[in-house]
Write a protein that binds this ligand. Structure first.
Ligand SMILES: [Zn+2]
Length: 493
């Protein structure tokens, strides 16, 4: 068990956890947002981040501090907490991002970790190699080896009670990511950033991002706090959390504000394109878009950054509440509608339903079938797996309608898309209490047919009859041939 991280609640792959940061003497509730602070210019002061926005943790770049002489001297003298005037936990990045942008940096892992400790960082970062997507396998493997050597070096550095992160690389190769996750998990390091996903997000490749994170998570243990490094747009937090990410950092709130870009959970808007603000944060409550446009550049940037932070923290709170209520996937489904690429991301997430199923609670408050993607949720998969273990009589009527009368069958089970068949005794148990639309869809019928097929395959001796409400012929093709079919809409009774 990792001492610094404890899980409190789970839903799908998402979790509410507590990250104990001993050096700062604070406990950070996750999922958490780490606003990025540029030590050379802050749009919103760290003190304001803590007091007005409730930020418990922030991230700043030790490489920039190291390379800027007066800032370096100040940081060494006062310590980061006093220099930034921030009461929460401070994580520092190492300059790996600069390495990926500019190709070279001039510090070693030992130097930068020792420096991070000296300036009072609470979570330090070694210099890993952020391998971009789509490079040759040789390069990805070679650079991963270097990253892994640096993690081993980091383990040997005396970092005191500073936590140290262990970045997971491996480009877009799932097996390398998984191996990287396993290797990082086996070190005695503490926090696990999934690195180099920014290029995927910049290109709206949310499906590839999901595959990369899912692979990394397979290697990492469930008790590993995972940081989706560079993911700062609130539109994708729900998806990131559902994959099992716990920490997000946002430079976006400030960078976007500089370009008059207004963040929403449904995407980014240009300030000049807005006639109304779809938000009730203090900035939007007090100003119209025209008001902001009339401000000086500096004032407008600060107001926009404040709005961007409000929506960002609001989304994190909404996600936590969704985890508590057990409806995180419903929230992901809503967010997936913001952009076709987000929908691809959600569909890719459902490709990993079996992986999510392993952490998903057996019972929750509700299952709302709100899109045809719902048919592929982990709860449906789990029900299908359970069907193979249920005791079954010699003759069985599976029906969307009334139970069979007389003694033709030993038992009648209900059939409910998307789950398929189940004994009536289970009707009141999760997820079979699901709210499903009256006007069902093809994906739900296909999933129900799959459930019938699973039940029949596990019980070849049982004589099965299926009473369905006019399922299309090609859906019925998924039902095994030896199942007798009764179309209830034709026979009626
Ligand atoms: Zn607002």
């Amino acid at each position: 068990m990792r001492e610094c991280f404890e899980l409190r609640d789970v839903d799908a792959g998402g979790r509410i956890g507590e990250l104990t940061v001993p050096r700062a003497d604070v406990t950070v509730e996750t999922p958490a947002l780490l606003p990025v602070i540029n030590p050379n210019l802050d749009t919103i002061s760290p003190r304001r981040l803590a007091e007005e926005f409730g930020a418990e943790i922030l991230i700043t770049n030790s490489y920039i501090i190291h390379g800027t002489e007066d800032v370096r001297e100040q940081a060494l003298e006062e310590g980061l907490h006093d220099m930034l005037d921030f009461p929460g936990a401070i994580m520092t990045d190492s300059g790996s991002f600069q390495l990926s942008e500019y190709g070279d940096i001039d510090v070693t892992t030992e130097e930068i970790l020792e420096f991070q400790r000296e300036i009072g960082s609470d979570i330090g970062t070694p210099v890993d190699i952020p391998t971009p997507p789509d490079v040759s396998r040789e390069r990805a493997a070679e650079e991963l080896e270097t990253t892994q050597e640096r993690l081993e070096v980091a383990e040997g550095v005396d970092t005191g009670d500073m936590l140290v992160s262990a970045p997971v690389q491996g480009s877009t190769y799932p097996d390398l990511r998984e191996e990287a996750g396993r290797h990082a998990d086996a070190t005695d390091l503490d926090v696990f950033p999934v690195g180099a996903v920014v290029p995927l997000m910049n290109d709206y490749r949310y499906d590839d991002m999901v595959d990369v994170v899912a692979a990394s998570k397979r290697g990492l243990g469930a008790d590993a706090p995972v940081h989706l490094f560079g993911a700062g747009h609130p539109m994708m937090f729900a998806l990131g959390v559902a994959m099992g990410c716990d920490l997000f950092d946002s430079a976006a709130y400030a960078l976007y504000a500089r370009d008059d870009r207004y963040l929403t959970v449904r995407g980014t808007r240009q300030l000049e394109d807005l006639d109304y603000f779809p938000c009730s944060c203090p900035v939007c409550a007090e100003h119209s878009p025209d008001d902001l446009l009339a401000l000086s550049d500096r004032e407008r940037e600060e107001e926009l950054a404040a709005h961007n932070l409000h929506v960002t923290f609001e989304e994190i709170r909404r996600i936590k509440q969704a985890i508590r209520a057990g409806n995180l996937l419903e929230l992901v489904e809503q967010r997936a509608r913001a952009h076709p690429a987000m929908l691809d991301g959600y569909r890719a997430l459902l490709d990993h339903a079996a992986q999510l199923e392993s952490s998903d609670p057996v019972s929750k408050g509700s299952f709302f079938y709100t899109s045809h993607e719902s048919a592929r949720r982990p709860e449906v998969l789990r029900h299908h797996e359970r069907l193979e273990r249920l005791a079954v009589p010699d003759s069985l009527f599976l029906t969307e309608g009334e139970p069979a009368r007389g003694d033709e069958f030993e038992a009648s089970w209900r059939v409910e898309p998307p789950f398929g068949p189940f004994p009536r005794a289970l009707s009141k148990s999760y997820p079979l209490t699901a709210e499903v639309p009256e006007r069902t869809d093809r994906a739900a019928l296909e999933a129900a047919a799959e459930g019938v097929a699973r039940l029949v395959a596990a019980n070849p001796e049982t004589e099965v009859t299926l009473g369905h409400r006019g399922w299309p012929a090609d859906v019925l093709e998924a039902v095994p041939e030896d199942v007798d079919l009764v179309d209830l809409t034709v026979e009626g009774d």
